[in-house]
Design a protein. Structure first.
Length: 144
């Protein structure tokens, strides 16, 4: 493969930076919830707090894989590492389990309000885009 074919396109840097910022927000949300940071958690109702704090260990672990896998995948994009695909894949696996917990095993959608499903759908769109984007960049030799 020629060096020209493996050169990183400008959109890689744009997608990578936006992905890091987006997924850093998710990492902060996870961390603030797990650490029960009062300034952040005060935005939720007592019922919502009880819901968050009652997640079983497997759901918390799945959430962690989803959040941290996505952040690592985003960083890997900027580092031009092919393992970004695996990191985003692990993130999606965590999201599958988290979605099952939040919308099938519990009534998280009703508790969090009408925007919860729409926002979750948006998160899914972004996650799938990042996975397929990283896979495409790896196939083109941009990620090594």
């Amino acid at each position: 493969m020629s060096e020209q074919a493996a050169k990183a396109p400008v959109h890689l840097w744009i997608v990578g930076v936006v992905a890091v910022l987006w997924n850093a927000i998710g990492a902060f949300d996870y961390s603030a919830t797990q650490l029960r940071i009062e300034a952040y958690m005060s935005a939720f109702t007592p019922e919502q707090l009880e819901y968050f704090y009652s997640f079983p260990a497997w759901a918390v672990a799945a959430w962690a894989f989803g959040v941290w896998g996505a952040l690592l995948g985003s960083i890997a994009l900027l580092l031009r590492k092919a393992w970004a695909v695996w990191a985003f894949g692990i993130s999606i696996a965590g999201m599958v389990l988290t979605t099952i917990q939040n919308f099938m095993l519990t009534d998280g959608a009703a508790l969090m309000g009408p925007g919860a499903v729409a926002f979750s759908a948006f998160i899914w769109v972004v996650a799938l885009f990042l996975f397929f984007y990283a896979r495409t960049m790896a196939k083109r030799g941009v990620l090594t």
